[in-house]
Design a protein around this ligand. Structure first.
Ligand code: KIV
Ligand code: ZN
Length: 561
């Protein structure tokens, strides 16, 4: 038996639209964006922004490319009023940007709102009143007709004040607030009455904003409502349909996207989804979702860390580490299989850079101003491929495939034991400690290599001579040995002096760095007569010495094991 009180809740009505067309539509262009950060976002903050903070935030929104910005509810507080005036009087509003101001449908508030926008070149007066059954019955105790009268009276006053202002740059937006709780046919009646009063036409459009004031159902039902509305509105050409989705069910982005497919022209939302309760629709997510489909989002989020910094400072809100596109961990893989796929994908991307196609990364972090640095991070969940990726990216050390399991287990031992994440620097230290510079029991004090005088290109058993001074478990010793190359000669010399039987099973080398002082690094796997396979590595400016050091490294690891 369920312990949850599910029986307290009623299911949300569906629209009954059987011939819906939106599921077959795709989004092909960005909507008209409207930021409500400075109004809806601000009114939801424990400590609302000061005028100076709002100015800084406004400038950020302008720099990102918003052309419609709801700057506040000027009739509601002195700060909001002062902010609107500051923007206008200090010429902070670019000519191609419209400020938007919210007002309830009440005479004194509408009049005060017009005072706030005096001399603004472009402004949208956003009028709202609540229309839902719940608010009519519980909050206002008013009939359907009385609610329509409020909307129409407000619209009339806005029209008259616009006419009196003589400002052609004033536009009108109407929101039947709590639209998601409003019967569709009734919401349509309210909007038709508002359109009539406004004299809406193709030349004098009204913005009808149909808010998901409280998110009450799945996005598909909301999309049905928008398609139904677009079909039933009396003059579609006289209307810009706008959507303002809150995130109570965590689906505000999907709601807005599906609403666009259903006919919405304009989208309201806020950066990082700030806003009442669970927030407004996150415009960054929706814009970058468009970008990942190859659509120009018409907003510039190429420096997301900067946007986030200004946002966090002005609002005192944090961004969750898993927040889509913006969180600290969203471009990071800890798990071995993901790291392996990403590392292969990044290599493939270098070869074919035109279209982004890297597993687990729907977007190139560099396109939003992030680096590749944090893509692969190492903890106990990580694999050898991830460890190799970090060493290669940060230190140019390209551990060969056959050696990766060996170093992977060195790292795994530490992460399992400590439970901690390892930085690139710590991984590098582990590599150095495991392979480079080990001096026990064997230390190579000196080694010279010479080639046969007669023919330097000779490549037979006696072509190369290695003379080496060593320290071993029983003290110093030295040898001269010949071979078909430095490695071969050194192996022969060491075997005859130590009695340890081994041969080179795998070998690879490359240079680190590009300048004239570049170093060479060698990787080696020795196969010992007792069946042990042991890896080693050596670094030197001389490639032959690097490979001999790699043998000493493997011998020491064999002896210690
Ligand atoms: O969420 C809402 O309905 C609003 C309106 C004022 C548009 O913020
Ligand atoms: Zn809202």
């Amino acid at each position: 038996m369920s312990t949850m009180n599910y029986w307290k809740y009623a299911s949300y009505p569906t629209v009954g639209l059987t011939d819906r067309t939106w599921p077959d539509k795709t989004i092909t262009k960005a909507p008209i964006w409207s930021s409500v950060d400075l109004r809806d976002g601000n009114q939801a903050l424990p400590i609302p922004m000061s005028v100076d903070e709002k100015v800084e935030f406004f400038k950020l929104l302008v720099s990102v490319g918003f052309k419609e910005i709801e700057v506040g509810f000027p009739s509601a507080s002195a700060t909001e009023f002062a902010f609107a005036r500051k923007l206008i009087e200090n010429n902070l509003i670019p000519d191609d940007v419209s400020i938007q101001v919210l007002t309830q449908s009440r005479e004194h508030l509408i009049r005060r709102t017009f005072e706030a926008i005096k001399c603004a070149k472009n402004a949208i007066v956003h009028l709202y009143n609540s229309t839902s059954r719940q608010q009519r019955d519980v909050v206002f105790r008013m009939s359907r007709e009385e609610i329509i009268t409020i909307a129409v009276a407000g619209t009339r006053l806005v029209r008259e004040l616009k006419e009196a202002s003589g400002n052609p740059g004033i536009r009108f937006e109407y929101s039947p607030e709590s639209f998601t709780g409003t019967e569709l046919d009734y919401a349509l009646d309210v909007c038709h009455a508002v359109m009539d009063e406004w004299g809406a036409s193709a030349e004098n459009k009204v913005i009808l904003n149909l808010p998901s004031t409280v998110e009450l159902s799945t996005p598909n039902v909301y999309a049905d409502r928008i398609e139904w509305f677009c079909r039933h509105i009396k003059d579609r050409s006289a209307v810009l349909f706008s959507v303002h989705a809150h995130n109570d069910r965590g689906t505000a982005v999907a709601t807005s996207e599906l609403a666009m497919m259903a006919g919405a022209d304009r989208i309201e939302g806020a950066l990082f989804g700030n806003g009442e309760r669970c927030g407004n629709m996150d415009i960054i997510i929706m814009a970058l979702n468009l970008m990942t489909q190859g659509i120009d989002p018409k907003l510039d989020f190429s420096n997301l860390p900067h946007v986030r910094e200004v946002y966090s400072r002005c609002t005192r809100m944090t961004v969750h580490p898993r927040h889509p596109y913006s969180g600290d961990l969203v471009y990071t893989a800890f798990s071995g299989s993901h790291q392996d796929a990403i590392s292969k994908g990044m290599k493939a991307h270098k070869r074919a850079p035109d279209v982004w196609d890297v597993p687990y990364l729907p977007i190139d972090p560099q396109d939003v101003g992030c680096t590749y640095e944090a893509i692969v991070r190492i903890n106990s969940q990580s694999g050898k491929g991830g460890v190799a990726y970090v060493l290669e990216k940060e230190y140019g050390i390209q551990i060969p495939k056959w050696m990766q399991p060996d170093f992977g287990s060195v790292v795994q031992e530490v992460t399992d034991r400590t439970g901690d994440e390892l930085s690139a620097e710590q991984i590098h230290e582990l590599f150095q400690k495991a392979y480079i510079g080990g001096a026990k029991p064997y230390l190579m004090k000196k080694c010279t290599i010479s080639w046969s005088d007669e023919d330097p290109d000779r490549n037979d058993e006696v072509a190369t001579l290695v003379s080496s001074s060593m320290v071993g478990p029983d003290g110093e010793f030295s040898f001269k040995a010949k071979g078909n190359g430095p490695l071969d000669a050194f192996v022969r010399g060491m075997t005859s002096h130590t009695g340890i039987g081994f041969h080179v099973d795998e070998y690879s080398e490359h240079s680190i760095g590009h300048s004239s002082d570049a170093l060479a690094i060698s990787y080696i796997r020795l196969a010992f007569d007792d069946g042990a396979l042991v890896c080693g590595s050596g670094i030197d400016s001389n490639i032959s010495l690097a490979s001999i050091k790699a043998i000493v490294s493997a011998l020491n690891r064999y002896k210690r094991s």
